[in-house]
Structure formats: C-alpha cells, structure tokens
Design a protein around this ligand. Structure first.
Ligand code: NAD
Ligand code: DAU
Length: 353
C-alpha cells in the first residue's frame, strides 16, 4: 500500500479518489484536517476498505512511526502543506511549521523506517514530494519557461517554505540515499478546490453576484493544469520516475489572470443566461495587488514527456468547463466550506484592498 499525506485537500483528495478508481492498491491517508482539509472531499471513498483515513499531523513523529510500522507502505506521496500564498503573507508561521518542520519530521521518520527494510523493499521504496513551480520565482515576458535546472528563487513565504522542503528532500537522497522523487507543478484547477484560490473564488463570487477581485492590473500570468492531469503525472512519476530526479509538470496553458476570469464569466453567461448579473464580467473589480506578486510562471514539461511519456489530456477549454459544471452541480459542498473560518479569511484578505 501507499501512504498519502494531505489527502483530504484539493489535489490530495483528487489523487486518492483517482488512485482508488484506477487500481487495486490500498491507500492510507494522513491529514490534519486544517481549514483546507475536508472529509467531504473523500465521500466517494466512504465504505471502500482500501482507503484508511487517519487524522494527524506530519509533524507528529510518534504517529508517523506508528503508521509506518503498522501499514508498511511501499511509497509515500507527500501533499500535506499550507498552500495559499495570500495566507502565507498574512501569517507565515504555519507555513514554516508544516512545510519545513513537518516535511523534515516526515523525512526523519521515513528514513528510519526505510533503513530497516529488507534490501529488495528498500530498493523499491519511493518518497514522492509534491512541490510547486513557485520555487523558481518569477519570469519576465520573454524569458524561457522553468526547467528542472532553473535556479530556485522563491519570492513569497509560501514558496520559500516549499523550496526549503524541496532542498531537504534532495539532501535526504544525496546524504542518506533515500529514494526520493520531486515534482514541481503549475497552477491546478478543478473539482474540490477551496474557494480561496482564484478559479473557485471567482465562480463562487459570480454566482452570488459579488465583485470578482483582480489583483493589480490582471496581467500576471500563470500556467494552468487540470487537477486530474496533475494526478496522472504523479502516478506516472511514482511508477517510472528516476530516483533522485525532479520533474516539472505543466499544462502548456499560459493565461493572464484577466483572461482566466473572463473565460469563467463567459462560461457562466452561457450556463446561466437568466442570471440578473449577466454579463458576469461586469462584476470584475481591480483591487490592490498582492505584495511581491510574481509576474509570470511557465513550465517546460519536456522532461516528463520524453522520459515518462506523460502529457496532459485536458486543454484549458475542456478542463475549465468541466470545473464550472462541477461547482454548479456541487453547491452543497461550496456552502459547507464557505461557512465559518472562510468568512473571516475573506474579510481579512479583501476588506482593505
Ligand atoms: P490544500 O491546501 O487544498 O490541501 C492541503 C492539505 O494538507 C489539507 O487537506 C490539509 O488539511 C493538509 N495539511 C495541512 N497541514 C498538514 C499537516 N501538518 N499534517 C497533515 N496534513 C496537513 O492544498 P493543495 O492545493 O491540494 O496542494 C497540495 C500540495 O500540492 C501542496 O504541497 C502544494 O504546495 C502543492 N501544489 C499545489 C498546487 C496548486 O495549484 N494548488 C500546484 C502545485 C503544487
Ligand atoms: O503555481 C503553483 C501554485 O499555484 C501553488 O503552489 C499554490 O499552492 C497555489 O495556491 C497557486 O498559487 P497562486 O498564488 O498562483 O494561486 P491563486 O489562485 O492564489 O492566484 C492565482 C493568480 O490570481 C495570482 O496571480 C493571484 C491572482 N488572484 C488571486 C486571488 C485569490 C487575484 O487576482 N485575485 C484573487 O482574489
């Protein structure tokens, strides 16, 4: 079996559900259930004996030791993290705690477990660390896309904490021989994404007739990848990636934020022609920029394509339509996650912009 951390969050839950749907192997899912983790995300896995959910922190060494001993996983996939850049600007401490100290703790526990495995199991073991393209910093308009050899230059507390964790993972391979793999992926979108991030936030606000906040002038560029494609890339790297290597994962879909928001508005106009706020683009509101806002991310994903034969299967157009349709069909889920803590976050982040 495999052990997944952070499997009640956006990408982790999509990964766990896809894992169970595409194979037979059981999965232990360790998640702290922070504001971003939600057991409702795993509803489809309820009653599936191959899915064992454990509430806990990657920073809890006795818990990790016990889980490794009990379940003897052949691989770890580490999604657990604080993931939202704006929150890292308001309060970086949790990011250091989970992303740096937590990953360190996990590596220590996994190293101890791995070292006592029989030789064959040791050789087959994998620790896959899920990271981000933000560790590479910001690109100018004409600079080449990030490759695996682009120097790290993180600009936010979030990306700096992810960069630190990537370095620790690398060092555990180099120093102790731990069989690690690291993936650095671009912006994901799709079902189950918490509506603090641009795509679900815009869909949610648009449906409520609220302003659609665009930081700065909306010309910042991100590369967008449908979450199911990220999950298939991780499965492929876990299966056939070369130990110690890093793989960039991207969608070849560079868009400005304004383009993304206008696309969402046009789809909502199509699907909700009778809404009193049509055209939804009329809700677009430019607000104060994010401090230190990275201008552009772009991914050169040729390595994973050449070595492992992976390519995304969704285009931005197909993926974004599916995503809007999912949010429309799952308004209960949105209502549940946007109560309580969500409201205090929205007033903290947007009230003064
Ligand atoms: P998310 O915030 O939706 O989910 C994170 C999950 O981790 C939550 O379920 C949370 O409860 C859990 N968690 C947080 N701290 C924990 C701890 N100390 N111990 C155990 N569980 C803990 O994040 P996401 O968007 O699904 O991102 C998952 C991973 O992928 C992160 O490592 C992130 O850096 C990386 N990533 C995200 C994107 C993106 O676009 N969202 C892109 C590239 C890489
Ligand atoms: O690139 C990968 C990263 O993508 C991941 O590592 C992060 O975990 C994930 O959160 C995401 O980071 P971004 O900061 O790019 O995502 P976010 O959805 O927060 O913002 C996308 C862009 O939209 C960014 O340029 C900021 C802008 N934005 C965001 C919000 C929330 C707005 O203009 N308005 C908003 O209200």
């Amino acid at each position: 079996m495999i052990l997944v951390t952070g499997g009640a969050g956006f990408i982790g839950a999509n990964f766990v559900l896809d894992w169970l749907a595409t194979g037979d192997e059981p999965v232990v899912n360790l998640d702290k259930l922070t504001y971003a983790g939600n057991l409702e995300n795993l509803r489809q896995a309820q009653g599936d004996a191959r899915h064992v959910f454990v509430r806990g922190d990657i920073g809890d060494r006795p818990l990790i030791d016990a889980l490794l001993l009990q379940h003897r996983p052949r691989a770890i996939v580490n999604f657990a993290a604080e993931s939202h850049v704006d929150r890292s600007i308001h309060g970086p401490a949790e990011f250091i705690q989970t992303n740096v100290v937590g990953t360190f703790n996990l590596l220590e526990a996994v190293k101890a477990y791995w070292m006592q495995l029989p030789a064959g199991e040791q050789a087959a073991f994998r620790f896959l660390h899920v990271s981000t393209d933000e560790v590479y910093g910001s690109l100018g308009p004409d600079e080449p896309a990030f490759s695996e050899t682009t120097p790290y230059a993180p600009n936010s507390p979030y990306s700096a904490s992810k960069a630190a964790s990537d370095h620790l993972v690398r060092a555990y391979h180099h120093t102790y021989g731990l069989p690690v793999l690291t993936t650095n992926c671009s912006n994901n979108y799709g079902p189950l994404q918490f509506p603090e991030k641009l795509v679900p936030l815009v869909i949610h606000n648009a449906l409520e007739g609220k302003p659609l906040p665009i930081y700065g002038d909306g010309s910042n560029i991100r590369d967008w990848l449908y979450v199911g494609d990220h999950c298939s890339a991780i499965r492929r790297v876990l299966e056939a990636g070369r130990v110690g290597e890093t793989y960039n994962i991207g969608g070849c879909n560079e868009k400005t934020n304004l383009e993304v928001v206008k696309t969402l508005c046009a789809i909502l106009d199509d699907l909700h022609p009778d809404s009193p706020v049509v055209p939804h683009a009329g809700l677009i509101t430019f607000v104060t920029d994010r401090p230190g806002h990275d201008r552009r991310y772009a991914i050169d994903a040729i390595k994973i394509e050449r070595e492992l034969g992976w390519k995304p299967s969704e285009t931005f157009e197909t993926g974004i339509r599916k995503t809007v349709a999912w949010y429309l069909a799952n308004q209960d889920w949105v209502t549940h996650v946007t109560s309580g803590e969500y409201r205090s976050w929205v007033s903290e982040n947007y009230a003064l912009r």
